[in-house]
Design a protein around this ligand. Structure first.
Ligand SMILES: Nc1ncnc2c1ncn2[C@@H]1O[C@H](COP(=O)(O)OP(=O)(O)OP(=O)(O)O)[C@@H](O)[C@H]1O
Length: 453
């Protein structure tokens, strides 16, 4: 636990304030009687848990002020756990509060013991979440396979396979779309193998012009061609006693495929312009996002080379097929990048997380990493928003699932109203026209959803 547990009690009844102040002896209790006091306490002390009485002045018998406070608290600190108390039309307002991001609720009159249990449980959950985040951070710091962050069973299976084959010397072909983590896995495989003290050498076969690729792979002797001013070993030689990662292996031209095959059969190379064979002991891992089967059928990839390279084939799922991973990785990237590029940023807003969950991620983890980096730089508050990520606002209301049709309608209403107001630059008559409703109806909705400001 970091410092003492801090609980903010938002309650306007002085008698209850007093009672609650002394009810929790294992945490620091802060008291607020109004919205302004509550926000001040939140800014000053950053409590983890809040209990909120929905009936606050100027609307002590209703819930409008309570909901306004809830919205403001969560906008400032999206991971705040707000426990809502309501006596008035208790069930309906409790459900509405949960839909808007409250953590839990209880009905008045207050039973101090029962409320105490709810509060302690919320603190406990907060501490578990913190511990979990700490473990994720540790995992990032470790070498090899531990650098791969995932909570998805599909990916755990891939990692287990890679770990199991790492100890053999079999060649491994990693198949997956761009940015799915093929190079990271290849590196993990090297670190988990007996060759881990040797060098891991990576070469992207698609990034090097065809006429230079041969010399990159096999090296050249001084004077072998114009510009060969000194003898240079190739990547294959550099990976002696280590692992050679051939990225985009499907892009190797046919002429070089023959030469690579010969190396795999005889385990010796000859530098360009050289005459003496050099023995090289290396493990080959390769990757491609191309359809090698189709290339073999079209005779643009040699089948005999394929069987040498693909003794073991591992398929890596796309990020969109690893449920929950986009949000997990996004959180980890924010924590890793914020201290370097924008230390004011503390996390992602519920809207950003919803948008991340809804996006298809065609560029996989690489796209996610890039978007987060840009967004952390762009963010001007503590929390990265969906707009910072340049992602469309998602339909989901933050981290909370829609609990019923009414809540779903409200989410849709809010979204359309926000858009219309933005398009009409805040003009109510024009917004009402865009929405196809009357001005009074729009006013009613704005009031109902507390969207007046
Ligand atoms: N599971 C993961 N956990 C943490 N970081 C990851 C994960 N997967 C990928 N990354 C990061 O995402 C970026 C892209 O990964 P990597 O280069 O391994 O993908 P790739 O499949 O080889 O991409 P390409 O096909 O475009 O070469 C890297 O910065 C890598 O560190």
């Amino acid at each position: 636990m970091h410092g003492p547990r801090k609980l903010l009690v938002i309650e306007d009844d002085p008698g209850l304030q007093k009672q609650l102040r002394w009810a929790y002896d294992d945490c620091e209790v802060l008291i607020a009687g109004t919205r302004a006091e509550a926000i001040e306490q939140l800014r000053a002390h950053e409590p983890d848990i809040v209990t909120l009485d929905l009936g606050l002045p100027p609307d002590p018998d209703g819930t409008s002020e309570g909901f306004a406070v809830l919205a403001e608290l969560l906008a400032l600190k999206p991971d705040l756990k707000v426990i809502v108390a309501s006596g008035h039309a208790a069930r309906e307002s409790a459900l509405k509060a949960i839909a808007q991001g409250a953590y839990d609720f209880y009905s008045k009159p207050i039973d101090i013991d029962e409320l105490g249990l709810i509060v302690r449980r919320a603190f406990h959950v907060t501490e578990l979440e913190r511990e979990n985040r700490r473990l994720v951070d540790l995992a990032v710091a470790e070498p090899g396979m531990a650098k791969i962050l995932t909570g998805a069973p599909e990916m755990h299976k891939v990692m287990r396979t890679v770990e199991r084959v790492a100890t053999t010397d079999a060649s491994v072909l990693l198949l997956g779309a761009s940015g799915t983590g093929k190079e990271l896995l290849a590196h993990g495989l090297h670190d988990a193998s007996a060759r881990k003290d040797g060098t891991f050498v990576a070469i992207n076969c698609a990034a090097i012009p065809e006429n230079l690729l041969e010399s990159e792979l096999f090296g050249h002797e001084k004077g072998a061609f114009t510009g060969a001013v000194k003898t240079t070993p190739g990547k294959i030689e550099m990976a002696h006693k280590g692992t050679l990662f051939l990225d985009e292996v499907g892009d190797i031209p046919l002429s070089l495929q023959v030469k690579l095959l010969r190396f795999l059969q005889e385990r010796v190379i000859e530098r360009v312009g050289g005459r003496k064979p050099i023995a090289v002991d290396t493990r080959i891992v390769c990757a491609t996002h191309r359809d090698l089967d189709a290339m073999i059928a079209a005779e643009s990839f040699r089948e005999d080379l394929y069987y040498r390279l693909a003794e073991i084939v591992v398929k890596i799922p796309a990020l969109a097929d690893r449920p929950g991973d986009a949000a997990l990785l996004a959180r980890a990237f924010v924590r890793r990048m914020a201290p370097e590029v924008n230390s004011a940023v503390k996390g992602l807003s519920p809207g950003a997380l919803a948008a991340i969950d809804a996006w298809r991620w065609p560029g996989n983890v690489r796209e996610l990493e890039n978007r987060i980096k840009r967004a952390v730089i762009m963010a001007d508050g503590k929390y990265v928003s969906a707009e910072d990520l340049d992602l469309p606002d998602s339909d989901a209301p933050g981290e909370v699932d829609v609990i019923n049709l009414k809540a779903a309608r409200e989410v849709a209403d809010r979204k359309m109203i926000r858009r219309a107001l933005a398009r009409a630059d805040g003009n109510i008559s024009a917004s009402a026209k865009i929405l196809g409703i009357s001005r009074p109806t729009l006013y009613d909705l704005l009031k109902q959803y507390d969207m007046q400001d």
